[in-house]
Write a protein that binds this ligand. Structure first.
Ligand SMILES: Cc1cc2nc3c(=O)[nH]c(=O)nc-3n(C[C@H](O)[C@H](O)[C@H](O)COP(=O)(O)OP(=O)(O)OC[C@H]3O[C@@H](n4cnc5c(N)ncnc54)[C@H](O)[C@@H]3O)c2cc1C
Length: 384
């Protein structure tokens, strides 16, 4: 496709945020929206490398509210876009092994129940009953809700991109934004590796690269890339079809069913910010050993695949929605490792912001860029 010379809105970054925004803008009648992706395919950044988990279980009201809008959008996804995204409601089972986490779990359940999310608080014994294949002698509490689960990230991106195109939106791959033209304090255009586009509105959905895109417009965005990695196993016949997404909270160690086997990941707390997406083999061994302690049957497992991706981390682990000091330069990024599930509603919210000047579906106005300078940070405890 030829690069358009002008656009009403240019979206930089074709992961879940950019794809969702392109669709929602096109749905509201904006035909001249252009989605730019630097790679050969859409969704090969954080979105395509994520674990696909979707959950209601968060510790802040705003994140629960985002899930309350976004997860039903995923349930309706096929109806709306024609694309199957394989939503498996296997539930998330978060396990606490120390008093501090157990207290936080109780607080989280109160917040979630208060917003109508029926999360159950489990005792240590109930955790052990539900996970007979795992060794959780030290579990003292757990939380579970069956509606949490797994979704295919590539399906969500592909569904939104093709639905946006059907509505007249344009989507370009191998099109890297290299410069944002600003005149005075107003965006005037974007230079790309496929030519220049004049526009007065840019949406930065560059995920872990959003800070770099901000710099192109002269806007400081406090998002740092941090590597996370995971591996999958061969088929393990003992793992039941309804095995939940299990999180050993203190270790940030997680397991979920992937095909006939398991997907296993763990956050490396020593990881330094950076764009490296190669596998750290030494840490993978640490991850495997921690997983083996929890699930002895892994002794017979072999690795089927492994990969690394980048979290896009803000100082308070909450995303940034809205404008910036440069007029026309807007941001939807910084979801800090749990953004895939909020992508559907995030694209809708940015559409509301750009077209109506306000967020209607969920009030996310407190998640603006200015909060970092003004010290209005909001801490999310349930980051894995
Ligand atoms: C290992 C791992 C596990 C995760 N697990 C989960 C999970 O279970 N559940 C969940 O909800 N979230 C999870 N996440 C987080 C989730 O993947 C992200 O929050 C979400 O995908 C961010 O989407 P995005 O569209 O903002 O970023 P991305 O998907 O990274 O998209 C940004 C895109 O911008 C493109 N780009 C960058 N610069 C430019 C430029 N100059 N010009 C053009 N294009 C550009 C990139 O190539 C990229 O495709 C996980 C992340 C990782 C890394």
């Amino acid at each position: 496709m030829d690069t358009p010379k002008t656009a009403d809105i240019v979206i930089i970054g074709g992961g879940v945020m950019g794809a969702s925004a392109a669709y929602h803008l096109a749905k509201r009648g904006i035909k001249n929206v252009v989605l730019l992706e630097k790679e050969e395919l859409f969704g090969t950044g954080a979105t395509g490398r994520c674990a696909g988990g979707v959950r209601y279980q968060f510790s802040t009201e705003i994140n629960v509210k985002l899930s309350l809008e976004s997860l039903p959008m995923i349930e309706r996804f096929k109806e709306e876009t024609g694309q199957d995204v394989d939503y498996r409601q296997c539930g998330y089972l978060l396990v606490a092994t120390n008093e501090k986490d157990a207290q936080v779990f109780q607080h989280n359940v109160e917040i979630q129940n208060g917003l109508g999310v029926q999360t159950q608080l489990l005792s240590g014994d109930e955790v052990r009953e539900r996970l007979p294949l795992m060794k959780f002698e030290d579990a003292i509490a757990g939380t579970f809700i069956p509606k949490d689960g797994l979704v295919d990230p590539n399906g969500v991106v592909a569904g939104y991109v093709s639905a946006a195109q059907k509505l007249g939106g344009k989507a370009l791959t191998r099109a890297e934004a290299t410069r944002i033209c600003v005149s005075g304090d107003q965006v005037e255009g974007v230079e790309t590796t496929q030519g220049e586009i004049q526009t007065r509105t840019v949406l930065n959905t560059a995920g872990p690269w959003a800070g770099l895109v901000g710099q192109m417009a002269g806007v400081q965005i406090p998002i740092v890339p941090i590597r996370r990695q995971m591996f999958t196993t061969n088929a393990l016949k003992e793992i039941p079809a309804d095995f939940p997404f299990v999180i050993d909270f203190a270790q940030s160690l997680y397991f979920h069913r992937e095909g006939e086997g398991l997907l296993i990941g763990m956050s490396n707390q020593r990881e330094k910010p950076g764009f490296d997406q190669s596998i750290d083999e030494e840490f993978e061994m640490e991850n495997f050993e921690a997983a083996l302690e929890r699930m002895p049957l892994l002794e017979r497992a072999s690795r089927a695949s492994h990969w690394a991706g980048l979290y896009e981390v803000t100082p308070d682990a909450h995303p940034i929605f809205g404008g910036s000091p440069v007029r026309g330069f807007t941001i939807c990024a910084g979801f800090s490792g749990h953004g895939f599930m909020h992508g559907p509603v995030a694209g809708k919210l940015m559409t509301e912001y750009i077209l109506d000047g306000k967020f209607s579906t969920v009030d996310v106005s407190m998640l603006d860029l200015a909060r970092f300078e003004e010290g209005r940070l909001i801490k999310e405890y349930n980051v894995v």
